[in-house]
Design a protein around this ligand. Structure first.
Ligand code: PMP
Length: 361
């Protein structure tokens, strides 16, 4: 089968080898006479898959022993509520939110319904075109944690260097974990949906500090309580077995392709291929975000003549370059370049962009 060049922002392209393995193994999982998705999640066969995925996450992300890894559902969206429900209980102080785009706004909106919050910085006035420096953040005295979004998937901006603050941080890393190292000592909690860099939709990974888990109040509904999941090794209820299985396979693919340093270098190189073409296009293409905050996983750009954006997308599709349309809230073009997107896809995109500019100027 010819695979398209899939620039989707998530769910997104996964390694072709992983899709092949899933297809081969699905009908008869390890000679059990059934597929994995038909097997009880209490079965030893599934249990091994579950633990392997957890072990791979720990080793590939270099997660310290004093943090737990939880395999949850509900997407990163549920974490917008679950984080404050757990961490802002009983007079623990407020959450300072760094508001850097659509996702950060949603995180703050939910947290504000649950506990004390304040805006530590907002890029709204500038149209969310850059990430702040640590010195620009206002961190109030009663801060329990500062919430950051490491990469704004819609706006196409990333925190270039994680902040080093005097208070713990909580991070939504949905669109760039497993593409960059994480300085764990600065974070009490990190979360992200799987469906960009690490697997199919349905799984949300939460990394949480054990001392935080132990100190959580009891009066949180069971399913929303992090300790429920930690105490049960993320098997408190039926887990998303297919996603966890497939994610394990993608993690193994990451492991055999150079682990995080290689993913990080590759994201930088592949995104630079597109940024370089934009910068050298004499203004035919333009990237609306500040150079220092440019995302390595979501390259957003406009055409000088915005009326050419629809023809650009239509012509790209005829060449197998798909899902390049910017998010419906901002328009324009977005090329998402996650771990599994082959370099050839980026080469095909830049070649097309060059040809399209030449044919339309
Ligand atoms: N945060 C970020 C940075 C995201 O990119 C997304 C999804 N695109 C979300 C949160 C929401 O994630 P989910 O769809 O898994 O709830």
């Amino acid at each position: 089968m010819d695979r398209v060049h899939n620039f989707s922002a998530g769910p997104c392209t996964l390694p072709a080898s992983v899709i092949g393995e899933l297809a081969d193994e699905l009908p008869n999982f390890e000679d059990t006479g059934m597929s994995l998705v038909e097997m009880s999640h209490r079965d030893a066969g599934y249990d091994r898959i579950h633990r392997e995925t957890l072990d791979l996450l720990r080793s590939l992300c270099a997660v310290p022993d004093d943090m737990s890894i939880l395999l949850l559902q509900g997407g990163a969206t549920l974490q917008f509520a679950m984080v404050p429900l757990n961490l802002l209980g009983t007079d623990q102080g407020r959450a300072g939110h760094v508001v850097t785009g659509s996702w950060a706004k949603k995180a703050l909106a939910d947290a504000a319904k649950i506990g004390g919050t304040y805006t530590a910085w907002s890029g709204a006035e500038d149209g969310f075109v850059r990430m702040p420096t640590a010195a620009e953040l206002t961190v109030e005295a009663d801060t329990r944690y500062v919430h950051v979004t490491s990469n704004e998937t819609i706006g196409g901006i990333r925190i270039p260097e994680f902040y080093d603050l005097d208070v713990p941080q909580v991070a939504d890393m949905s669109s760039d974990y497993l593409t960059r190292p994480i300085p764990w000592e600065r974070f009490d909690l990190v979360y992200g949906g799987a469906q960009k860099n690490i697997g199919p939709a349905g799984l949300t990974v939460v990394f949480i500090r054990n001392s935080v888990l132990e100190a959580l109040p009891d009066d949180i509904p069971a399913y929303l309580h992090y300790r429920t999941h930690a105490d049960a090794d993320s098997l408190a209820n039926t887990p998303p077995v297919f996603s966890i299985w497939a994610t394990g396979k993608v993690l193994r693919w990451i492991e055999s392709n150079g682990v995080i340093p290689a993913m990080e270098a590759s994201a930088a190189e592949r995104s630079a291929m597109v940024y370089d073409l934009i910068d050298d296009s004499d203004g035919f293409y333009r990237c609306p975000v500040d150079v220092g905050s440019r995302s390595h996983t979501n390259v957003v750009f406009r055409l000088r003549n915005e009326e050419l954006e629809q023809p650009f997308l239509a012509e790209a599709a005829t060449q197998g370059l798909v899902s390049l349309k910017g998010h419906r809230s901002v328009g324009g073009i977005r090329a998402s370049i996650y771990n599994a997107l082959p370099t050839e896809s980026v080469t095909a995109l830049t070649r097309f962009m060059g040809d399209f500019a030449a044919g339309n100027t």
